[in-house]
Design a protein around this ligand. Sequence first.
Ligand code: ME8
Length: 536
Amino acid sequence: GGTAKWGEKPFYVTTPIFYVNAAPHVGHLYSMVLADTFKRWQQFMRRDAYLLTGTDEHGMKVQQAANKVEKPVKQFCDETSELFKNLAAVSHISNDRFIRTTDEDHREAVHKLWNTLLERGYIYKGKHEGWYSVSDETFYPESQLRREFDQSSGITKVYSNETGKEVEWASEENYYFALSRMKEPLLEFYNSRLEDKFIYPYGQFETIIDSVENGLSDLSISRPSSRFTWGIPVPGDESQTIYVWVDALTNYLTAAGYGKLTAAEFENTMWPADIHVVGKDIARFHCVYWPAFLLAAGLSLPKHVLVHSHWLMNGVKMSKSGGNIVDPLAVMSIADVDSVRYYLLRHNILEGDGDFDTEKVLGRRQADLVFKYSNLVSRTCSKSFSIELALSHHLKGYPVPSTRPDKFLAFQSDMINEANSLVDKVAKHMNNFNPTGSLSEIWDVLKKANQYVDYATPWNTGAGNISPTIFVMSEMCRIISIVLQPFLPTYASKALDKLSVRPECRSIEYAKFEADKTYGKDANLPNRGHVVERLN
Ligand code: ME8
């Protein structure tokens, strides 16, 4: 419901922090747009909300990328991080902070988490041998590998099944996290959060539970500094550098002030996160390792991990290393920001991968945004009608259009009912992590509103019917635009400007067709702002 929730801890949404080994693509923008939509929706629901995005800058992969272009690694990070920051700004992502793992407060937070895990007995030193992928920065168990004979070199190479990346045998001294001890606590935690959808969609939840039931091995969480130094050193042992995933996941705590606050103070921050938005490629890190670290450290756990699938290009996952990427800035320069946001949200790729097609961005823009939405607004605000006049008629009483046939009036009241229940329907979808469902609900109502205009033909109806019709049309535009704000911020605010709706009258409680209830003889139209002032 739309009850006021100011005063609760802020609703805290995150995106993954992205590797700075290459420029951002549409896949990264997708995670940002999803997270941003959830943040804006919460604010629309009158809850304070905080959005975190940023870049993951340490680790072998980034170090190698910098070496390849012969740049000092920090400078390379600064430059690529800026591309992600710029993408967020250009795409109207309302992030409250753009975090970088090279930020000073982040190092403090990582050290604090490390020391806490150490004190609580979850970190020990050991020797590690196994198949390691430099590109994936991870060791793989035998069961996840395949072998292939390489004709040119005459040797059999070993590859990860999951990523197809080559692995090599490596042996080293590391610190370990006692992940195996976390099996039971994790399973207990998952079971306590099944109905609360700790992981969404459910298929991902099942996969994670199965994999944990199959057992967990301890996790190597540091690398010899001799092998690489581009990372945060282990506190008290500079000969080891902290594994990039321990470093990266901690960013979610850093932004909540973890590094600087006492345990008691940290209780009163925005932690825990309400939604971690992540791609399925990193589900295991967020759904197994991350809760394991938090449980071991005695910290509270995130409410939800929302796992989305991937954008493909011609059937293949869009990826920096694959080289098959769509540059979001290029698409936004031929469409516009909201059209790209709309296309991304309109396609449900939570459960399955989807093909990204720039032509279709333009097609959707034309069919849905221009033709169904903008046209409705322009027809309503057309110079040949006066919204002010229409409204002034309605200050005198409602309903008016008595000369219309019953069938018309039935269609009209049906449409008004749908507009009135729109906010609740959209809220239901949003509680189900479903912006796609929200948009399709909104476009159903838009479709009705367009049919209504075709049906009502205010431009050639009798004079007495014009203003009631324009009134109903403008109310439809107003309600739809209010509900659209979290999804298409630019289009919606332009439409609301055009309809002369005051900024403070754009919140959720105004998303109702008020004519039949509120607009009696003495009623003012609080939702209209300056139109009403002019009428007076
Ligand atoms: O994994 N479709 O960073 P990363 C949809 N630094 N989303 C996609 C995508 C695609 N084709 N490609 C990438 C990392 N993404 C780590 C994360 S978090 C503590 C550390 C999105 O640069 C999606 O969210 O490889 C995916 O999980 C993320 O970018 C991976 O970004």
